[in-house]
Design a protein around this ligand. Structure first.
Ligand code: UD1
Ligand code: UDP
Length: 366
């Protein structure tokens, strides 16, 4: 794993495998495509990597990540000779993990398999990463029936597709219980948040860099100016392409709190209490239905149509007027919020990690 979302979604699997030490020996390798944001997650789950490639550089290009991760993972796989490599999702680290395993004739398990938009540039480069992983993988752990059906339509053998739910729900339920028992420490800027409704914002997609992010920020500023009883909390992704427009357009507003990326515990605590979530994140779209918080998705398309079909998420694109209008509507209409909040989570029941470990156990017996 290399990035924040991979770590959140693989730590439950790692902890499950570690708890069954009589059945499995697990080896954890991180590329550290993300450095700080990965380490934040590892410390919440208490996971220690056995191998750390430490590849991140500021403003890294896709080609740099691909070259460094593939070479580093190739060495680790050669040295450790695993029976199976697990990769998660659609990051460049996940793709390189699958590619390096293929080069070493190692079996590959893809966690969160079968997500597609059908557009190779949206999200970019993730849509092609996951399609390529799908071609390389031997075992596909599909989070939903929709994802399973996509894989079957692509002619993946039914015996290689395993419907498990998404491991993000395992992570979320575990951390939510922890923060409900012991509220996390919040940054000083947002200690008094509960006095007003608030919008939780995250954004990082490469296809929105430039005009898309400018529009998103101007929409937030417009709604903050129009609705004087609403606050905004924006934990900013560390990517400089995100921070530049966000700081330039949103800094200095007394009800827009621009803060550093939060560790998973305070972030879950905030999601659970937000009035509305405004995001382009994949993981957040999956978490929100479990918490009953409406989500506006700042993208033109999503590989997670289940949340939209369930009524919890709405696609609002990156057009300034549309984002502002949809956000104002939700913030001023409690019935509209309730309609989006009251849904069943289509992404899993918190047992995905156990199910994945069960499948791996069965495969290795054969
Ligand atoms: C990556 C993934 C994306 C995933 C996202 C989750 C790819 C190509 N992109 O995008 O699929 O949705 O992570 O957040 O795999 N940075 C830091 N410290 C960190 C993390 C990032 O300084 O802990 C900065 C660095 O300058 C780095 C830049 O952000 O070069 C971009 O990181 P990168 O992993 O290339 O892309 P993301 O946009 O984070
Ligand atoms: N998240 C977090 N702290 C933050 C923002 C997000 O812990 O400040 C979590 C969030 O709950 C979700 C994951 O990070 O589980 C999503 O990561 P991101 O949006 O970076 O990636 P994506 O899911 O879009 O690939």
């Amino acid at each position: 794993m290399g990035t924040r979302p991979e770590a959140i979604k693989l730590c439950p699997v790692i902890l499950e495998l570690q708890s069954r030490a009589d059945e499995f020996e697990s080896i954890v390798c991180v590329t550290a495509q993300h450095r700080e944001m990965l380490d934040q997650v590892l410390s919440v789950f208490g996971v220690q990597p056995d191998h750390d490639l430490n590849i991140m550089s500021p403003g890294q290009t896709l080609a740099q990540i691909t070259a460094r991760a593939t070479c580093g993972l190739d060495d680790v796989i050669k040295k450790t000779q695993p029976a199976i490599t697990l990769v998660q999702g659609d990051t460049t680290t996940a793709f390189c993990g699958a590619l390096a395993s293929h080069y070493q004739h190692t079996a590959i398990g893809h966690v969160e398999a079968g997500l597609r938009t059908g557009n190779k540039f949206a999200p970019f480069p993730e849509e092609m990463n996951r399609r390529l992983i799908g071609q390389l993988a031997d075992h596909h752990f599909a989070p939903t029936t929709h994802a399973r059906d996509i894989l079957l339509k692509e002619d993946v053998a039914p015996s290689q597709v395993h419907l498990t739910g998404n491991t993000v729900i395992d992570a979320l339920l575990w951390v939510r219980q922890r923060v409900n028992e012991r509220p996390p420490e919040l940054p000083p800027e947002i200690k008094d948040l509960q006095k007003m409704p608030f919008v939780l914002v995250t954004g990082h997609r490469r296809e929105s860099f430039g005009a898309g992010f400018e529009n998103i920020c101007m929409a937030i500023r417009q709604v903050a100016d129009d609705l004087s009883d609403v606050q905004f909390v924006y934990p900013m992704h560390l990517n400089p392409n995100v921070r530049e427009p966000v700081n330039r357009i949103l800094a200095g507003h007394d009800r827009i709190h621009l803060i550093e990326p939060l560790t998973y515990e305070p972030f879950v605590w905030l999601m659970d209490r937000a009035t509305v979530i405004l995001t382009d994140s994949g993981g957040v779209q999956e978490e929100a239905p479990s918490l009953g918080i409406p989500v506006l998705v700042m993208r033109e398309t999503t590989e997670r149509p289940e949340g939209v079909a369930a009524g919890n998420a709405k696609l609002v694109g990156t057009d300034r007027e549309t984002i502002a209008a949809e956000l104002k509507h939700l913030l001023t209409d409690a019935d509209a919020r309730s309609a989006m909040a009251d849904v069943r989570n289509p992404y899993g029941d918190g047992t995905a990690a156990r199910q994945i470990a069960d499948v791996i156990g069965r495969i290795s017996e054969v």
